[in-house]
Design a binder for this molecule. Structure first.
Ligand code: ADE
Length: 231
């Protein structure tokens, strides 16, 4: 069983419509839909926005749905000039840009008293996702790299610059690294698939509403294609 998490309704509705739903269950205000998608057993859920919701959701998938891996699909803000709106970023690894124990001598993003703060995504699945993305979304570019997450919609050019210079991420969003951390602590693989909806700078709020739909279409194509490829 693959657990698929999207934070917002717009990020999961198209996937849910494509699913053969066999059961649904609501836990902690989140409705988990179990069934098949592209012929593969999945549990699909909208976590709600932000790291707490995302981590709780991932833990429930582990505890109550016995998922063997977790995918996080959705949209993100680009941190790189050559990653454009509509393009896709597939995680190599993920970390939290708002984890800050700098006062105690830790580098930004490092979780104190924990061995790992940058969580590596499943390499084989990420490679497959790159291949699939090129075939199902031939008109856009797909990138493999770091996803950085925080409880913050980044829409400021100085903040964006700090995040990209400090962490070297390709895109920023609000859930991926929390899901990655929960998956890591439960010993299961994860992958983050994000389509770019905005440039995470002063243009972000305008871009976001205009391009959200297009970005989600690419992400849905990739998710369905990747499921078919591993079925
Ligand atoms: N999701 C989509 N765009 C984002 C941004 N600029 N910051 C955080 N999360 C996002």
């Amino acid at each position: 069983m693959i657990g698929i998490i999207g934070a917002m309704e717009v990020e999961v509705e198209k996937l849910r419509e494509a699913m053969v739903i066999e059961a649904s269950k609501t836990i902690a205000g989140m409705t988990f839909y179990s069934g098949t998608l592209s012929g593969v057993p999945v549990t699909l859920v909208r976590s709600g926005i932000g790291k707490v919701n995302a981590a709780m959701c991932a833990q429930i998938l582990c505890d109550c749905f016995q998922v063997s891996m977790i995918w996080n699909t959705g949209i993100a803000g680009s941190l790189c000039a050559d990653i454009n709106i509509g393009d896709i970023v597939i995680s190599k690894d993920a970390l939290q840009h708002d984890m800050d124990a700098v006062y105690f001598g830790y580098a930004p993003g490092v979780i104190p008293q924990q061995e790992v703060s940058t969580f590596p995504a499943d390499e084989a699945l990420a490679t497959k996702a790159m291949e699939v993305c090129k075939s199902v979304n031939p008109d856009i570019s797909v990138f493999s790299g770091r996803v950085v997450s925080g409880d913050q919609f980044v829409a400021d050019k100085d903040k964006k610059k700090w995040i990209s210079e400090t962490f070297g991420g390709m895109c920023t969003e609000m859930e991926g690294a929390a899901i990655a951390q929960a998956a890591y602590l439960n010993g299961i693989p994860f992958l983050i698939l994000r389509a770019i909806s905005d440039k995470a700078d002063d243009s972000a709020t305008m871009d976001y509403t205009t391009f959200e739909k297009k970005a989600i279409e690419h992400m849905v194509q990739l998710t369905l294609g990747l499921l078919k490829a591993i079925a």
